[in-house]
Write a protein that binds this ligand. Structure first.
Ligand SMILES: [Zn+2]
Length: 488
């Protein structure tokens, strides 16, 4: 998928640190149609148009940010003037291409409407549009964020588009095409840029990592790509921010993207399914307190549920699949709500209450007679759940206090026992705090296998709903901020 032309500027010299934000995006901007990522439908049409010399006077490129609109506009602008076309793409070597790349070609005018919304600027632009190109064959205007133009400015542009000067061409780009007057759209050849798929983005990140000498692994890159939501620019920006000492690690990715560990995600879902409302709500407040991004967390919950749904379908388990679809719907709703929530955690809390209620209904449905079932459904009819101040009372369980010694005794694995022997224990109604003496000890306890052993041990003594917090005891006592992780 990648031609070498993706890296035509400085193929061998890299100044790795410090990298400014977006430096990589600029550095790895596609330079030919063939190196455009994920927009095959547009690339081929434009290449053909250039080769057959059938260029429209106006193009409209619409689509989400970071999907290659401006890059495509620049490639096209060079291609239509290139003195040595390469299969429809600019050579990037001739005088005109070089001048365009150095931004010194006067016949290529790039404007950002977001910063030039006045009518005067557009009039000025239109005035200049009437003059013939000076150096190149064609005069090209690239106007970015065209929807930001004021209405009078739009009208002024429209007049020019109605009768474009012979050698003048417009490439308009926007993230919000619905804000553009139909009269403008109808005069443009329109191309809709799509969000770029996960795989093409991962491929670019791999390539960049290799070129930049950055050590990383595929899983980390997938998470970055997933978070970029189809924007290559965002993907490279995240990649850049997370790179530390020429390396990208899973931990770095999770930390930087405000992700909870997959363990927490699973246990949160277990709590919801087990109808343990209070416990599930506590997860939400704890995640918030730890600075975990709730939107991100909800995404992870959705990813987790999606995998289970696909498995249920594969196994032809219709009931499970249906339940999972219901659950996914509840969290999808929360995901949308989180984006502009007044109380940041409220949509997720509502989802918890709603999902727990569904879980209760499901289990009651399967247990009780059909007559009783009807009654429950009737009484539960009002669909909107109340604010989660009144979650259902969780099943009461007596939590037994226990000592660190009894916990040590309940565990067989020697290394876990050793760590726990030096730990101190705190307990309240629903949680168990374990303070260990070093980061290393904490990391050991957080390793998946040890983590499970610990949870099993604690729950056997304390009760099934035990939440476990691990913290590191510093020399001068424990700082609340040192509560590093929650699980259980
Ligand atoms: Zn050229």
């Amino acid at each position: 998928m990648f031609a070498l032309t993706l890296f035509p500027l400085q193929p061998t010299t890299y100044n790795l640190q410090p990298m400014s934000r977006l430096a990589l995006y600029r550095k790895y901007r596609p330079m030919t149609f063939d190196s455009l990522v994920g927009q095959d439908h547009i690339r081929n049409i434009l290449k053909n148009a250039v080769q057959q010399n059938k260029i429209s006077h106006a193009y409209l490129f619409s689509g989400p940010r970071g999907t290659g609109k401006t890059s495509t506009a620049r490639i096209l602008a060079r291609a239509v003037n290139c003195e040595n076309l390469q299969k429809g793409s600019p050579c990037n070597k001739c005088e005109i291409c070089k001048a365009a790349l150095e931004e010194s070609l006067t016949d290529l005018i790039e404007m950002d409407a977001a910063s030039h919304t006045g009518v005067d600027n557009v009039r000025d632009l239109i005035d200049k549009a009437q003059f013939s190109p000076t150096r190149a064959q064609r005069k090209i205007y690239i106007i970015d964020e065209i929807h930001m133009l004021s209405k009078p400015a739009f009208n002024a542009l429209l007049k020019t588009l109605e009768e474009p000067p012979e050698n003048t061409y417009f490439i308009l780009a926007t993230t919000q095409p619905h804000k553009i007057l139909d009269t403008i759209i109808s005069r443009c050849q329109r191309f809709d840029f799509h969000r770029i798929g996960l795989e093409p983005i991962v491929d670019v990140l791999k390539k960049v990592a290799k070129e930049e000498g950055i050590k990383t692994d595929e899983e980390a890159l997938k998470i970055i790509a997933h978070n970029a939501k189809g924007s290559l620019r965002d993907a490279l920006s995240i990649f850049e921010q997370i790179t530390y000492k020429n390396e990208i690690t899973m931990d770095g990715v999770k930390q930087n993207l405000g992700m909870a560990s997959s363990n927490v995600v699973k246990q949160f879902i277990d709590a919801v399914r087990g109808n343990r409302v209070t416990e599930a709500l506590t997860y939400v407040s704890d995640l918030l307190a730890e600075g975990i991004d709730l939107g991100q967390f909800t995404n992870e919950v959705l990813l987790f549920l999606r995998v289970e749904m696909l498995e249920a379908v594969e196994q032809d388990n219709k009931q499970d699949a249906k339940n999972l679809v219901d659950l996914i719907n509840v969290f999808l709703e929360a995901n949308t709500g989180l984006k502009d929530a007044v109380i940041s955690q409220l949509p997720l809390e509502m989802a918890v209450v709603k999902a727990c209620r569904k879980a209760t209904l499901e289990s009651e449905k399967s247990e009780e007679s059909s007559e009783e079932k009807k009654e429950i459904e009737e009484s539960e009819k009002p669909e909107t759940p109340k604010v989660p101040e009144t979650p259902e009372t969780p099943k009461k369980k007596d939590h037994k206090k226990f000592t660190i010694e009894s916990l040590v005794d309940s565990i067989e694995k020697a290394s876990v026992r050793t760590i726990l022997k030096n730990a101190t224990l705190t307990q309240d109604k629903k949680s168990v705090g374990i303070r260990v003496s070093s980061d290393f000890a904490r990391e050991q306890l957080e390793m998946a296998e040890n983590n499970q052993i610990l949870i099993t041990g604690v729950r056997s003594l304390f009760g099934e709903e035990a939440k476990i917090k691990i913290s590191v005891e510093k020399q001068k006592g424990v700082n609340e901020d040192d509560v590093n992780k929650i699980f259980g």
